[in-house]
Design a binder for this molecule. Sequence first.
Ligand code: CP3
Length: 317
Amino acid sequence: MRQAGRVLPEYRQLKTKHTFVEMVRTPELAAEVTLQPIRRFDFDAAIIFSDILVIPEALGQPYEFTEGAGIKMTPLQSAADIDGLDGSAVAERLDYVPQALRLVRETLQDRTALIGFAGSPWTLANFMLDGGGAKEYGQAKRLFYTHRPLFDRLMQKLTDAVSRYLEMQIAAGVDAVQIFDSRGGMMADGAFAEASGKWIGEIIRSLHNQVPVIVYSKGTNGNWNDLVATGAQVLGLDWTVRLSEIRSRLPQNVGVQGNLDPFVLTTTPAVVAAETERLLRDMRGVPGHIFNLGHGVPPTAPLENIQTMMDTIRGFV
Ligand code: CP3
């Protein structure tokens, strides 16, 4: 989750010469940025450097990332805008991603797992309708409650495009894929399945168990049954829940990924070590846990703290 972003000096160095979108679209650069955190910290898995917003771009709605302003795109504003999205060239337009994955795979061989990813249709719809970072009461929520047939048409286009896109990443050799439903927690308990869960489920079914699927859904405390119903093999959880307790409520064959509070990485090595150990102790003896943060690496995290987290995990007995 944005593990490379902003914390590494070698990433910042590249950014003085290339824009974010350029780095995403150039296989050699995307591969290099993917490998940077692995070289430094030797994580067990690399996640391909890209963005969830490559899907709207491939459908005809480009995005930009600028320092300070963040992510920006021209919002979809009408039924015509939604019906004008064109899914016919997704594979061709996103060919730079499998190219980058193959370069990374060549370097990593089988030493480090490689994870592909995409945004969930619900999370993508939020960005596309709001023209960037979605708000608590974003336009996707309005569309869901007031124009369901149009909402469903948009979601079907996104579901088809994401399914195709993940299939391409699997063909390029990823070991697992992760679906980011970062806006999953915006919906009321009873609405989550219809707004997000069922579309994720359709994507997962289309992949036919070729690789494990991790679903990260932020803030969806209470929707465990809906999340399990997507068919995900692993649920990625944010830091607001107790991992061991959620684990005990899930079916045995569903693993959990998470969930150190990313903020902890902005503190001191001593705090990082203590909080990392607390999480590891909570999960001691519990099978099916992938250690991860509860969300992305904060841009101000000192590298020393990330190293301390890794040392604590590797040294835990
Ligand atoms: O570690 C990695 O580099 C993995 C690749 C990755 C990125 N984005 C690169 C990135 C992944 C897995 C994502 C996912 C992503 N992108 C999500 C889902 C996960 C999450 O964090 O909730 C979302 C919602 C996006 C859209 C997006 N892209 C946002 C909200 C931002 C931050 C915008 C801001 O205002 O700062 C980005 C930018 C982004 N994507 C960065 C990176 C490394 C930071 C770019 C930089 O600061 O140089």
